[in-house]
Design a protein around this ligand. Sequence first.
Ligand code: SF4
Ligand code: SF4
Length: 388
Amino acid sequence: MKYRELGTTGIKVSEIGMGCEGFLLQTEEGYCRFVDLLEEYGINCIDMYTPDPDFRTNLGKALKRRRERFILQGHLCSCWKNGQYMRSRDLAETKAAFEDQLLRLGTDYLDIGMIHYCDSLSDWEEVKKNGILAYAKELKARGVIRAVGLSSHNPQVGLKAVQEGAIEVLMFSINPCYDLLPANEDVEELWNEKNYEQKLLNMDPERQALYELCQKKGVGITVMKAFGGGDLLNAELSPAKAALTENQCLHYALSRPGAASVMAGARSEDDIRRAAAYEDASDEERDYAPALAAMPKISWSGHCMYCSHCAPCPMGISVAEVTRFLHLAEAQGAGESREAIPETVREHYKVLPHHAGECISCGSCETRCPFSVSIIENMKKAAAIFGY
Ligand code: SF4
Ligand code: SF4
């Protein structure tokens, strides 16, 4: 298992994490078996959005004497009322639900305190007005959580929270279909077939900007809905009318700037094994480029998807990495000026084994790029901006 830095939180997460849905179907012994398997595969990050009391109690039992081996992502504002899940923005309810979470899990801290499911700017304002964000910060100051997070499906909300410096972790829905659509306050619209009837062209600029801003500001992204709830794996159900594999979905999400861990859902032990198998998958198995390029009515033409399908380069240049840093620098208005490049981007670029300036314009990469990206031009731009 590979581990990634979760932004600048100092927390290291396995790139394959685990959502909690699958646990809900388990017996008490099943929870232990699930946690055993996570340990076996090196999966250390568990998302716990559900406030289900049995889930919390059983997971707490399964984590006994090994809690510190896991990164627990708990949610604030996810409450249990009248026997069911409810999202709340009431401070007293939020505090009670969070304390219940700690108690049932048998721990005195969570690694990430995620402000739950905020999909509109007005809701984000309410989170602040009602004292929820202040409560999260207070928990952090007391050492009860290690990092403040926010979960959302709306790039505008993510951008606002990150720009305001309010959060250190963003849980965001990332998959190639969502990435095509503009921001919406209604998550259902992201899967509405009507939105996929017209020709869709390239990534939504706000989503791209959000990922780049997260990377620049050191906000770690934990990914949800990488498989679109499973629909992306089935050509009939996928809005793109073409199936992707699990490895392709995972690799797509993990290739976005800022992404640290994908919370893969698992309803069975086999699901956990298949998600963990990403670690041993070949480059060909992970490569999502041909599948994306073949999707009817959808085009990513001219837009680098960081897929590395254009490799190998005779000079050893990683076109995907160089282009990613080029975009990050350009997003900061670097243009031709080196001064505007953020220090972190400059440093990451520096440690690449080969740089854009080594490009000999042979063009072999361009013949392999399924998205007709002007790679030679991008290498020239990167060489001009970074200076080598
Ligand atoms: S240039 Fe094309 S093939 Fe290469 S990483 Fe970008 S999208 Fe993929
Ligand atoms: S054009 Fe440049 S980046 Fe592309 S394969 Fe040739 S040397 Fe490598």
